[in-house]
Design a protein around this ligand. Structure first.
Ligand code: FAD
Length: 427
């Protein structure tokens, strides 16, 4: 055996993937006395261009799981304000309507913006401190599901097998555990692609504010990351997948931030890249049932939301919360204990899928009809007669649980995408 077992010499859970979801779950289980081994392929967590904005509802879960303090102390920043810029309105108008995130989720002061590798490292250290075994540099993970789960892996050229009560697939969007368990990944049509870059030397960007906006053929995001660092993302249409490819890709990405719709675009364009510039699909995926006998999937492995609304970190933490609850409340770990998790996840993913699709249609569609739709939405929002239009803007902050079911139904879709003439948003 490659890792220490409990008093019966048996590992309770082998978690494949020590990212956000895997290490969060490992920490909670180990703190509650379970014997956990995490198999992580990366020896050092690298910038793979993943989520670095944790929504307020995710922060609340991190607080409940006892993970927030460690994450908060790891650096990054906690912006209180969100500004939605747009080429259809002057920047000052957008700033007048900035959203105050403080206490939008009770007890939460804002969003947590933290480097993804730092967040992974922090959570991995929490898991180790709680008593979990963390094996890094693991390759060739093979699983056996069913009533006698087992995991075989290679580490430093040596193959080992662990028998356990449960395998957790927390190995991200391209999950090998999901594929080996035969759990099908369902996928919506791709409506956008997302490119990201971490920069430093951007001291003028206010650390208490994150921003997003639409201009020309891009939807952009700016998340402060502490000190003079900023994480920038660009969403474009699927045909733009290679827009930032090649040796000059990073330069072209930065140049895309010379925007008129927001201040400091030139400042950001002149910042210094400190990570890769990568483009990933903005597709929405899900699994009908994120578990089978002997195995459960969490986080992106169980199906992932389009990054356009930045919910993946929070979703992964919620998965860790629900799966840990099922495991700690039951002594017999048959697949039936995950029924509540599966139901919650199905509805949660349906809701975030809805919001992501509406966001893409409203803010990442650059045809004349798309711009007209956006103008109509922003105009009606400014008029203030239909307060429910705000739901679409605050869902990415307060999450899928804190809005009424009507925020995710057909009639709301029709209201959001209504065909009224575009209106001026000048004041
Ligand atoms: C461009 C982009 C921008 C995003 N922006 C946001 C955002 O702003 N906010 C937000 O909340 N979410 C965002 N997300 C989504 C977010 O990054 C993910 O949903 C989140 O990281 C999921 O956590 P996870 O633990 O499931 O997966 P990950 O964080 O990807 O961790 C998976 C871990 O498994 C390991 N692993 C993979 N395969 C194996 C294997 N075979 N064996 C062992 N280990 C393995 C990996 O090395 C990794 O450490 C974004 C995603 C993308 C692509």
């Amino acid at each position: 055996m490659g890792a220490a077992g409990n008093e019966e010499g048996r590992i309770d859970a082998v978690i494949v993937g020590g990212g956000i979801g895997g290490s969060a779950l490992a920490t909670v289980l180990a703190r509650n006395g379970l014997v956990v081994t995490v198999l992580e392929q990366q020896r050092t967590y690298a910038d793979r261009v993943r989520g670095e904005y944790m929504a307020a509802w995710g922060v609340e879960i991190a607080q409940r799981l006892g993970l927030f303090d460690a994450l908060n102390q790891a650096g990054g920043s906690m912006p209180r304000w969100a500004v939605q810029y747009d080429e259809l309105m002057p920047p000052q108008v957008a700033e007048q309507h900035k959203i105050d995130l403080d206490n939008m989720v009770p007890g939460v002061g804002g969003a947590l913006c933290l480097s993804h590798p730092v967040a992974c490292e922090t959570l991995a250290n929490e898991a180790i401190a709680a008593g979990a075994t963390m094996l890094r540099g693991v390759e060739n993970v093979r699983i056996q599901t069913g009533s006698e789960p087992a995991v075989t892996y290679r580490l430093n050229g040596e193959d080992s097998t662990i028998r356990c009560r449960l395998i957790v697939g927390a190995d991200g969007r391209n999950s090998s555990v999901r594929q080996q368990a035969g759990i099908e990944l369902r996928q919506e049509e791709v409506t956008n692609v997302v490119s990201g870059l971490l920069v430093k030397d951007a001291p003028e960007w206010p650390q208490d504010t994150f921003a997003l906006g639409s201009e020309s053929d891009v939807m952009y995001f700016v998340f402060p990351q502490g000190d003079d660092r900023v994480r920038m993302y660009i969403c474009g249409t699927p045909d733009q997948r290679d827009r930032f490819a090649g040796p000059d890709g990073t330069t072209r990405f930065l140049e895309s931030f010379r925007l008129k719709s927001m201040p400091l675009g030139d400042h950001l364009a002149a910042a210094t890249p400190i990570g890769p510039c990568a483009t990933l699909g903005g597709e929405d995926t899900w699994t009908e049932s994120p578990y089978a006998e002997g195995v459960v999937l969490i986080g992106d492995a169980a199906g992932y939301n389009g990054p356009i609304i930045g919910q993946g970190l929070s979703l992964a933490l919620r998965d860790a919360e629900l799966v840990s609850k099922a495991l700690l409340e039951n002594s017999n770990w048959s697949r039936s204990i995950f029924a509540a998790y599966g139901e919650d996840r199905a509805e949660r993913m349906r809701r975030v899928r809805f919001t992501a699709a509406m966001h893409a249609a409203l803010f990442c569609s650059f045809t004349p009809e798309g711009v007209q739709r956006r103008g109509s939405f922003l105009g009606r929002l400014a008029e203030g007669q239909d307060q429910s239009l705000m739901w679409q803007l605050i869902e990415p902050v307060i999450g899928p649980y804190n809005l009424p079911p009507e925020a995710f139904d057909q009639s709301y879709r029709e209201r959001l995408l209504g065909t009224q003439e575009p209106q001026s948003v000048a004041s």
